[in-house]
Ligand binder design. Structure first.
Ligand code: F6P
Length: 551
């Protein structure tokens, strides 16, 4: 592909940035009454309203022309068909096959991967039913009541987010817990109240070499042994999810207790595989299938809908416009659905590990900003924390507001209050409040002219803050599946436009290598390695102080 910045649509978009910065979004509504109808769409159970963005018909036409010029349709086909589009790792990208409920063949090197996917799903189903129905028992013959998932990054964030989000659909048979951090506090706190006879550990690691996960798995094993005193207990209390069979075996987990992952599933796109075991164990296999079905429906939408009615494409284009062209480099995710409290953390890995890159597919430095900084938390709590910044700071932060028409846990009188805030915030962020309006309001309260003058600049809200609104019918397994897939495809579209490889993550390796080098320095009394002046002194100080604290 030619350098994306030289494409006609890119060049045309550049000419539109000044006007977009100068025209308030609310003025665009005044110019075009049909804006909502034109700039919103329904995808499965999700309404996406992107009308509160600084785009007009001409800008949108350029943005849509750009996705055509970069060959998105071709890239999309290549992904669905199992081409090795993860070029730096020479891998296909086939998380869509994991939820391919139509079961149409997907060939990789002449082999239909659906056979392996279906085989593994059947194993997951049997296993989940055995645990949930009490046929799978611990070493002393007791039922399993608690599942502890040990994994990090993509082997943690997805299942952790989904099990939290779908708790209202769970029964009380199995409680799920997550341990990701190598800070011993997490595993110690998690295990303290649990009974080893009733705990099942899922060691989830695609590589089965990740230091945090392996350390926690070993600690969990020791904990089990301190109660069972018999190595054979491991078979009853440990299962693995990995693509590294040899390492799983070396850990002592039998092949029949090991679930497969494939190199064509990226960690951050893996919750649809056996990495989703905690989800299926908590909710039952049927609900897990619902989640897969929702994602599959979004896959079909992404694959089949024209770009101008395609939710992932439009969501991506709003981010592209706001960040790369208008220079708003961070993006906040604001769910107004309590169960989605880990959604921003999940998206942070999905988006930032995928698109936080600075060279293109052939290794040339790209001259534009890629991946936005993703952050956020529950919107209603954010209102009493950082919304001040969103409304009145000098930095414009585009926001995604996510809410539901119906609460998954209705409590009389609550949902309307929550949603009143949801709607109020996007309105306030766009419209702001002008000096004239503030002056009128203060005069109405009886303030003197002097007082009004003093207070006025502090109370003005500039507005003109872009937002997307995603309104779900209800946060159920199917809709959540669709919502996650919507964002996955958004990430893919952005990667295609930015011409970067969204499916590798080389940027996490250097820190891991250095940590492995520093570890023996911390374990030994002397022998600090050669580091920069700051790091070397910090390590020395740490060790000296540690000795003092011991004495
Ligand atoms: O450190 C980054 C990363 O490689 C992620 O991409 C991945 O999701 C996570 O670590 C965990 O890796 P694994 O599943 O191999 O333990």
């Amino acid at each position: 592909m030619a350098n994306v910045t030289s494409l006609k649509a890119w060049q045309s978009l550049l000419t539109r940035t000044e006007q977009a910065q100068q025209t308030p979004i609310k003025a665009l509504f005044a110019q075009d009454e049909a804006r909502f109808q034109k700039y919103s769409l329904q995808a499965q159970n999700i309404l996406l309203d992107y009308s509160k963005n600084p785009v007009d018909d001409a800008t949108l036409a350029d943005l849509l022309a750009l996705v055509k010029e970069v060959g998105l349709d071709n890239w999309r086909d290549r992904m669905f068909h199992g081409d090795r589009i993860n070029a730096t790792e020479n891998r296909a990208v086939l998380h869509t096959a994991l939820r391919n409920r139509s079961n149409t063949p997907v060939f990789l090197d002449g082999v239909n991967v659906m056979d392996a996917v279906n085989r593994e799903l059947a194993r997951i189903k049997n296993f989940v039913n055995a645990v949930r129905k009490g046929r799978w028992r611990g070493y002393s013959g007791k039922r399993i009541t608690d599942v502890v998932n040990i994994g990090i990054g993509g082997s943690d964030l997805g299942p952790r987010m989904v099990t939290q989000a779908l708790k209202p659909y769970a029964d009380d048979r199995i409680r799920v817990h997550f341990v990701s951090n190598v800070d011993g506090v997490e595993i110690a706190n998690t295990l303290r109240p649990l009974n080893p006879e009733r705990v099942l550990f899922v060691v989830a690691s695609k590589t089965f070499t990740t230091s945090e996960t392996m350390t926690n798995a070993q600690t969990a094993r020791n904990w089990l042994m301190s109660s069972a005193f018999d190595e054979r207990a491991v078979a009853k209390h440990f299962v693995a999810v990995s693509s590294n069979e040899a390492a799983v075996k070396a850990f002592g987990i039998r092949p029949e207790n090991s679930f497969q992952m494939w190199d064509w599933v990226g960690g951050r796109f893996s919750l649809w595989s056996a990495i989703g075991l905690p989800i299926a164990l908590q909710l039952g296999f049927k609900q897990f299938e619902e989640l897969l079905s929702g994602a599959h429906e979004m896959d079909l939408h992404f694959r089949d809908m024209p770009f101008e009615r395609n939710a992932p494409v439009l969501l991506a284009l709003m981010t592209l416009w706001n960040s790369t062209f208008l220079g708003r480099h961070s993006q906040v995710i604001l769910p107004y659905d309590w169960p989605l409290q880990r959604f921003a953390a999940y998206l942070q890995q999905a988006e930032m590990e995928s698109n936080g890159k600075s060279v293109d597919r052939v290794g040339e430095r790209v001259p534009y900003t890629t991946g936005a900084v993703i952050w956020g938390q529950l919107g209603i709590d954010g209102q009493h924390a950082f919304y001040q910044y969103l409304h009145q700071s000098n930095t414009v932060v585009p926001a995604d507001f996510i809410g539901s028409i119906e609460s998954s846990t209705p409590v009389r009188g609550h949902h309307e209050k929550l949603m009143a805030n949801f709607f109020a915030q996007t309105e306030a962020l766009m419209n702001g409040i002008s000096a004239e309006e503030v002056a009128r309001e203060l005069a109405g309260q009886g303030l003197s002219e002097q007082e009004i003058e003093r207070l006025l600049p502090h109370k003005v809200h500039q507005g003109n803050r872009p937002t997307n609104t995603l309104l779900l019918k209800r946060l159920d397994p199917r809709t959540l599946g669709a919502l996650i897939a919507l964002y996955e495809h958004k990430i893919f579209v952005l990667g295609v436009i930015w011409n970067i490889c969204s499916f590798d993550q080389w940027g996490v390796e250097l820190g891991k290598t250095l940590a492995a080098r520093i570890l023996p320095e911390l374990q030994q009394a002397q022998n600090e390695g050669r580091h920069d002046g700051s790091t070397e002194n910090l390590i020395r100080y740490f060790k000296q102080q540690r000795e003092k604290l011991k004495s």
